[in-house]
Ligand binder design. Structure first.
Ligand code: ADP
Ligand code: ADP
Length: 225
């Protein structure tokens, strides 16, 4: 787990500012869902926390450390993408092991961590398969497994369920919540799905036009008359 402190973040592409000063303090182990219409800046905000986009102004701290100039792999985060972003030529095992290999973990440790994640995500029967031989839900589990094995302090999710059918989305939503509880990480989760937002979030960040319009519990955000 780690705290995240986002302080007056701005982002410009060329002369156009698309994030206009967003601040957010996330507690250890908190599950934050970022919602809002398409183009409001959800994904950009998340990608700045991940280190995939440069920050134009402000600071981001993870676990009390300013990460503005750190590479993604130096940030103690793992991200799950909408399109899964799996390596097509690698087996499920190798996809999940990749980040650990890069981090020079021993073979034994890699086998143990991948095995544990595969059990948790019910992927054990598929470890030798290539991604193309998996269903959408299984692919999304592999993407989650790849994040999970790295035991990150912070999980970042960018619309992870948008490509799944409705039934699978419900199931995976429960699995994500369960996973986040059992591994005790802090989570930032971007979605445009209100049901996902209500069921997953400890607190919601409602984005609109590049600002955080409201930061509050799902009850407070959705239960108003
Ligand atoms: P959301 O995730 O809420 O749909 P984004 O964060 O993807 O929104 O985009 C926020 C705004 O920034 C949009 O107006 C989008 O067009 C713009 N934007 C995103 N990426 C780029 C880019 N690489 N270059 C220029 N503008 C961008
Ligand atoms: P979109 O918002 O357009 O659906 P994604 O958020 O899924 O795109 O992915 C954003 C970009 O990040 C993509 O160009 C993808 O290639 C890249 N990407 C995917 N996986 C990783 C990764 N593990 N580390 C860094 N970048 C990645």
């Amino acid at each position: 787990m780690a705290t995240i402190s986002i302080k007056n973040i701005t982002k410009s592409y060329g002369k156009t500012e698309v994030i206009h000063g967003v601040s957010l303090d996330v507690a250890d182990g908190e599950f934050i869902v970022i919602v809002g219409p398409s183009g409001c800046g959800k994904s950009t905000l998340l990608r700045m926390v991940a280190g995939l986009e440069r920050i134009t102004g402000g600071t981001i701290e993870i676990g009390g450390r300013v990460v503005n100039d750190l590479e993604p792999r130096e940030r103690d985060i793992a991200m799950v993408f909408q399109n899964y972003a799996l390596y097509p030529h690698m087996s499920v095992f190798d996809n999940m092991a990749y980040g650990l290999k890069i981090a020079n973990k021993s073979k034994d440790e890699i086998r143990e961590r991948v095995g544990k994640a595969a059990r948790m995500l019910q992927l054990e029967p598929y470890l030798e398969r290539k991604p193309r031989a998996l269903s959408g839900g299984q692919r999304q589990r592999v993407a989650m497994g790849r994040a999970l094995v790295r035991d990150p302090a912070v999980f970042l999710f960018d619309e992870p369920l948008s490509n799944l059918d409705a039934k699978l989305r419900v199931q995976m939503r429960l699995e994500i919540k369960e996973m986040q509880r059992s591994v005790e990480t802090t989570a930032l989760y971007v979605t445009h799905d209100q049901v996902e937002a209500m069921t997953l979030a400890d607190r919601l960040v409602v984005m609109n036009g590049g600002v955080a319009e409201q930061i509050d519990t799902p009850m407070a955000v959705y239960d108003r008359p």
